[in-house]
Write a protein of this length. Structure first.
Length: 207
């Protein structure tokens, strides 16, 4: 095929090997002080492309929402995996991220042939896989997964805001903004907070 978009070149090389079911995988929510880590896995037909899909962090909320709907409509299959804050505290954020990714892969309706992940491979080698540094910027399928994960998690945090409005989850989505840190110091943590992330904040509020 001619005129293959720059961020479809990685997939193009894999498709040329006869592999069809490429799964893009990415996560949202490794860094926040509250809420779950969410991973997404997505599969498209070979050479399918959606204009504008890139790293979710480079897009506005409106752009992400619009692209989310296009991705869901046009994907062969997609899956979302969620691991909550209590599990993050129990097994650590790295292992929780892997677990969310496994959940997302496991909920696909098609069997993966090749995994493309942003940044780091899964420890187990159930499927052939490749980790790509800055994959959400360089690789269309990973970028699509990053949008699914980000939008899914943001929606969850907006819902949580209704339960715990004092922390401002709808604005910062659980990340450690100055306002969020002050609210933790004022009110203490709520059931959504990752206690393993809060030691320094809680210690400074009690000193």
């Amino acid at each position: 095929m001619e005129n293959i978009p720059d961020n479809l070149q990685i997939e193009h090389l894999i498709w040329k090997e006869g592999i069809r079911r490429i799964v893009g995988i990415d996560e949202a929510g490794r860094g926040p002080l509250a809420g779950p880590v969410v991973a997404a896995a997505v599969v498209f037909e070979p050479y399918h492309y959606i204009e504008g899909v890139t790293d979710s962090k480079k897009l506005t909320q409106r752009q992400r929402e619009e692209l989310y709907h296009l991705i869901v409509e046009q994907a062969v299959s997609y899956g979302i995996g969620v691991v909550d804050n209590q599990e993050i505290d129990r097994i650590n954020i790295r292992q929780a991220t892997f677990k969310a990714m496994r959940k997302a892969i496991g909920s696909l309706s098609v069997k993966p042939e090749y995994l493309l992940l942003d940044g780091e491979e899964l420890p187990e080698k159930i499927y052939p896989q490749e980790a790509i540094v800055k994959g959400d910027s360089l690789c269309f399928t990973i970028a699509a997964a990053s949008i699914l994960a980000k939008v899914s998690r943001d929606r969850m945090m907006i819902e949580y805001h209704q339960q715990y409005p004092q922390y401002g989850f709808a604005q910062h989505k659980g990340y450690g903004t100055e306002y969020h840190r002050k609210m933790i110091q004022s009110h203490g943590p709520c059931p959504l907070h990752r206690h393993s992330f809060l030691t320094r904040i809680l210690n400074s509020s009690s000193s």
